[in-house]
Every structure is written in structure tokens, then in C-alpha cells.
Write a protein that binds this ligand. Structure first.
Ligand SMILES: Nc1ncnc2c1ncn2[C@@H]1O[C@H](COP(=O)(O)OP(=O)(O)O)[C@@H](O)[C@H]1O
Ligand SMILES: [Mg+2]
Length: 468
């Protein structure tokens, strides 16, 4: 457990002293909430003050995280800034001009994906462009580009029900990014996802944004997850409730320290500070900044658990997002970690990490060595790769390492018109597995093979096929 470093946070300002604003007319302010208050309820007596005098600037090239208890008005503030709800007092300025109606420069990604189940991935993404008057062909092309960008290539014609949580949220991101928004709002976009899936999507989004592969210039993210905020944000705002207001603003860590292997203690310091503030909702945030003893008790060191000696060529049922998150976390921790420690770090059960370790091992991303998971060179390259490079590496490794994928590719290539019913494969799998497990094995193979773009799959017909 660490004590916050004073040097690290001497930059902190409380909302009472300075509002989270720059001088009016500053050129890099894209969007401003100017003294915004919001009441709900029409009768004066019954009205509830949900937001109290919020002033906040979103500037060029910054990622802001908004933390705070449920009901403190975070989502309401996003809606006001997006022009979907009008403030009771104060105003919203877009590039210095008062905002009227929906904010054309903003796109939002929601926690619950908000996909239409009866539309395909492509159609769901195209919805993002409905407000723009585009020819259908152009709309489709732009949607396909966004799908490609976000790693959904191969899933264009899939329906949401066929997708894992991580892939569903990729659709949510693609639908927001397809309009090439200047400003991106994220309302707890990772909180419905499994921890490693979330880890992977965070990395991917940051990569797209920091490497300027998307034109988005500022991101405002609501989150409950302190580590997530520390990992991603240039500025962290902690909200208080009743009424919703900015309790404190903290500068984020320098970007190179946010995911750098070995910089764990610096991240923990900032996370501790935020944690202290959030667990003391009534206290003056200022008094909680440096030098106060941390509240969390030290955790006892765990007994090591042995890994199973044998690794089967049985596909562990993990999604690629989880796998990528696993590899990335291992990389951040220095490339070698005791599985039990890793589980603790991720607040997961070691048992739940085993399938991930096995998958990483099958694909040649990691070796298992006496209870430790050790990243291989390929695994390291995979961790460092961007979305598209990851796909390429995965494809190469899967072709070599995963026999069922090799077999599907061969069989499909050899079949008339390059279409193959899944029934034969299923029957073959049932020699080695129970009927249910055979189905699960095949479903995992379909998911991996699609991601690797080794083949395409038609869910309605239950057929594999090859795209041109
Ligand atoms: N349309 C609405 N009508 C009345 N009250 C609302 C409405 N939307 C939100 N609220 C209330 O405003 C408060 C803040 O909600 P919200 O912005 O969703 O908070 P957060 O996102 O921080 O959890 C809550 O008490 C909520 O019940
Ligand atoms: Mg909310």
C-alpha cells in the first residue's frame, strides 16, 4: 500500500477554488458547460436539483474521466452536453457558440450497447449515419470502414445474438465512430463486460485515439472503475451527489506512465487518492489529498495453485477479447506472473483464468511454467499490436496451432462452391466430446475462425463458407 506522492498531485485544484474551465475564448475549448444547473420535476416545490452549477471544459486532445456515486447526475450532464436535455440554468457552448438542439459534434457509446436485435452488425452501424443524408452505397461503405477499424471485420452479417459482449460493444463503438465525431461520450461503456474483455477494449480505444486513427479530439467517459479512469484519463473529475456537483479535479498521470510495465505503484497512488475521496463522500476532498493513511488493509499473500500438467487440444471457451485482455495485462505486468497473483490483480478466480492461460498457450502466446504464465515473443508482439495487426498475428498462430480451424478451412476449400454444412464437423466432434460440448467446441471455433477471417459463417444456414 502506498501513500500518495505530493509531487504527483500538487497540481490538484478543488472545484470551489477553480472551476474546471479555461479562459473564455481559449481556442482549444471544444465544448463547455457554463454554470449548468438542472432541476427535474415541474412543480417548484417538488423539483429536485440534479446538477448544481457545473462548469466544465472539454479541450482539444484530452480524455476526461467522470467518477462519482450513482445518481450524482453524470449521465444527465452527458445528455445536456449532447444537447438531448436542456439545462434549467446556464448554457452549453460548442466552439464558443450557444448550443441549440442535438449536438452535431457528439457521438455516445452506452453501457448496455443499445443494439437492435433484428438488424445485422452492418445495419446497426449504418444507423449511426441515418441523420446524415448519404446515398445508401456511401453509407454502407462508411459503415464497413468503421467495422474494419474496430475489428469487427468478418461479423458484418452477424446478428447481435451471435456476438459476445465484447463484440456487441464493438458494434456500439463502430456506430458512434462511423460519424467521425469530434467529441466522443462514453457512459460506462466497459462496465457490462467481463474484466479482460474490458481491458482489451480499453487498450484498443486508447490506441485508436492516441495514434489518431480516429478524428475524435476529445473523450469524456463516465465510469465507476477507478483503475479504468487512472489508466485512461488526462483529467479525473469526482462528482458528489445531492445535488450533483464537481467535488474535485485531479490531473491524470502522464500518458507514458498509464500502461507502462512497472509503473504500477504510480498508478496505485493515484487510484488510492481517488478511492479515498470516493469512499468519504461527505469530507472536503481537499483534506483527503496527500499524506493521509490509505484505508485499504493490506491483502494477505496467497498460497500458490499448481497448473494442470497437461494442456489439451480442446478449445477453451474464451472470447478473443478476453484473451487479448489477458495477454495485455500479462505484458503490462512484465511478461511473467504467477497465475494466482494475476487472478488477484484482476479480481478474478484463478479457475477462471485457467482457460485463458490454456488458450494463450495453444496459440503460442504464453508458456506455462510451474504456476507462472510467461509471455512468449509472439505473445509480446500480440500485446503491442494494434487491432489489425492483432488479427494477422492471431490468424498465423491459429493456423499453426489450432487443428480444428485448419480442418474447417481445408474442408470448406475442398467443398463445392466453398460452402460446407457444419453437420459433418459436428458429427466428427461428437466422437471426442459429448453432444453439448461438441456444440460448444464448434461455437468457439466459429468465433475464433471468424475473428481470424479464416472463413465466414452463415448462422441461419449453419454453413461455413469462404469470402472472395
Ligand atoms: N428524466 C428524468 N426525470 C426525473 N429525474 C431524473 C431524470 N433523469 C435522471 N433523473 C434523476 O436525476 C438524478 C441523476 O441521474 P443520472 O444523471 O442518471 O445520474 P448518474 O448517471 O450519475 O447515475 C437521479 O436522481 C435520477 O433519478
Ligand atoms: Mg449514469
Amino acid at each position: 500500500m502506498t501513500t500518495p506522492d505530493i509531487n504527483n498531485i500538487n497540481n490538484i485544484s478543488s472545484a470551489e477554488q477553480t472551476s474546471a474551465a479555461t479562459p473564455v475564448g481559449a481556442p482549444d475549448v471544444l465544448l463547455r458547460a457554463q454554470a449548468v444547473s438542472k432541476y427535474y420535476g415541474s412543480e417548484q416545490e417538488n423539483s429536485v436539483l440534479v446538477l448544481d452549477d457545473i462548469t466544465l471544459d472539454l479541450r482539444n486532445d484530452e480524455f476526461i474521466a467522470l467518477l462519482g456515486p450513482s445518481g450524482s447526475g453524470k449521465s444527465t450532464l452527458l445528455r445536456i452536453l449532447a444537447g438531448l436535455v436542456t439545462p434549467s440554468r446556464g448554457e452549453v457552448l460548442l466552439h464558443g457558440a450557444p448550443l441549440e438542439g442535438a449536438n452535431p459534434n457528439v457521438a455516445i457509446v452506452f453501457q448496455n450497447f443499445a443494439l437492435y436485435p433484428w438488424l445485422t452488425v452492418l445495419e446497426n452501424v449504418e444507423l449511426g449515419l441515418l441523420a446524415k443524408e448519404l446515398a445508401p452505397k456511401e453509407r454502407e461503405q462508411r459503415a464497413l470502414q468503421a467495422i474494419d477499424l474496430i475489428g469487427l471485420d468478418g461479423f458484418e452479417s452477424a446478428y447481435p445474438r451471435e456476438l459476445s459482449g465484447g463484440m456487441k460493444q464493438r458494434v456500439g463503438f463502430a456506430r458512434a465512430l462511423v460519424v467521425e465525431p469530434e467529441i466522443l461520450f462514453l457512459d460506462e461503456p466497459f462496465s457490462a463486460l467481463d474484466v479482460l474483455v474490458a481491458e482489451n477494449l480499453r487498450h484498443e480505444l486508447l490506441d485508436l485515439w492516441l495514434a489518431r486513427k480516429i478524428p475524435t479530439r476529445t473523450i469524456l467517459m463516465v465510469t465507476h472503475n477507478i483503475n479504468e479512469a487512472v489508466q485512461m484519463a488526462d483529467r479525473l473529475l469526482v462528482f458528489g451527489a445531492n445535488p450533483g456537483r464537481i467535488r474535485v479535479e485531479l490531473p491524470g498521470l502522464p500518458r507514458d506512465q498509464r500502461s507502462q510495465p512497472g509503473a504500477t505503484s504510480i498508478r496505485e497512488q493515484l487510484a488510492d487518492t481517488v478511492y479515498r475521496i470516493m469512499t468519504n463522500p461527505k469530507a472536503d476532498a481537499q483534506s483527503l489529498l496527500p499524506g493521509v493513511a490509505p484505508l485499504r488493509p493490506p491483502t494477505p499473500s496467497p498460497a500458490p495453485v499448481p497448473l494442470p500438467a497437461r494442456v489439451y487440444q480442446t478449445l477453451p471457451h474464451v472470447s478473443l477479447d478476453e484473451l487479448a485482455g489477458f495477454v495485455e495485462r500479462l505484458y503490462t505486468l512484465g511478461g511473467r506472473e504467477d497465475l494466482y497473483e494475476l487472478a488477484r490483480d484482476l479480481q478474478m478466480e484463478a479457475d477462471d483464468l485457467l482457460p485463458l492461460a490454456e488458450a494463450a498457450n495453444l496459440l503460442g502466446f504464453a508458456d506455462l511454467d510451474a504456476g507462472d504464465v510467461v509471455l512468449t515473443n509472439v505473445g509480446q508482439r500480440f500485446a503491442e499490436a494494434d487491432i489489425l495487426e492483432k488479427k494477422v498475428i492471431f490468424r498465423q498462430q491459429a493456423q499453426v496451432g489450432i487443428s480444428i480451424l485448419r480442418q474447417i478451412v481445408q474442408d470448406v476449400a475442398a467443398s463445392p462452391e466453398h460452402r460446407l454444412s457444419e453437420d459433418t464437423l459436428l458429427a466428427a466432434l461428437e466422437h471426442s466430446f459429448s453432444v453439448d460440448e461438441a456444440r460448444r467446441q464448434l461455437d468457439t471455433a466459429i468465433d475464433w475462425g471468424r475473428y481470424a477471417e479464416l472463413f465466414a459463417y452463415d448462422d441461419d444456414a449453419g454453413e461455413f463458407y469462404l469470402e472472395d
